[in-house]
Write a protein that binds this ligand. Structure first.
Ligand code: ZN
Length: 191
């Protein structure tokens, strides 16, 4: 796995501090290329990989926009993922239930309390009035704000929904509003 050096150094410092408190942080996914994201997205789009318990979304959701929105609960369109940036990591487990009890709950509480000191924020918090659009909550996804906040700003200034191309379902981007609702649909702590 790869990520940028600055966030990795910060992660190592955070990892060591967590260890002192009996908490083990493990990176499950870091940087992912457009093509890696395309393989994840298209496997879901074409019904070869489960989406939220649905075995074959291609068969059950015919409408392209609705199908894309279902995938977008947890997966981003190729080109729009924060994992392209080298600043974002997924930690310990890819499900919120792990973080709601036992050791996982301790891990999450530790991160909420301490990660900001190392520069990390959680972009995908619970959806509510303060974060009305975007991906569902991901307690495992953490972002290195000193770099990622400026990338978010650049995305806001330079990207638009017409750039999405080169993968199945890309034409739904404009109707959905990928940049505004998903790329910019992050918690205020990560801006
Ligand atoms: Zn992630």
């Amino acid at each position: 796995m790869y990520m940028q050096k600055l966030p990795y150094d910060a992660f190592r410092a955070m990892h060591a501090a967590a260890k002192q408190d009996g908490i083990t942080l493990k990176i499950l996914s870091a940087s992912r290329s457009f093509y890696h994201q395309k393989s994840i997205w298209e496997a879901k789009w074409n019904g070869k990989r489960k989406v939220g318990g649905i075995r074959n979304i291609k068969r059950t959701i015919k409408d392209p926009t609705k199908r894309a929105r279902k995938i977008l609960e947890y997966s981003s369109m190729p080109g729009s993922s924060r994992h392209h940036w080298g600043t974002d990591i997924d930690l310990n487990a890819f499900n919120n239930s792990y973080f709601s009890k036992g050791q996982g709950k301790k891990v999450y509480s530790w991160l909420v309390r301490n990660a900001p000191r190392y520069g990390f924020c959680q972009p995908y918090t619970r959806k509510d009035a303060s974060r009305p659009t975007g991906y569902n909550e991901e307690k495992w996804h953490w972002s290195f704000k000193p770099l990622a906040a400026s990338y978010t700003k650049q995305a806001q200034l330079r990207l638009n929904d017409n750039i999405f191309n080169g993968f199945d379902g890309s034409k739904t981007a404009t109707r959905i509003g990928i940049i505004n609702r998903y790329v910019l649909g992050i918690h205020a702590n990560c801006y």
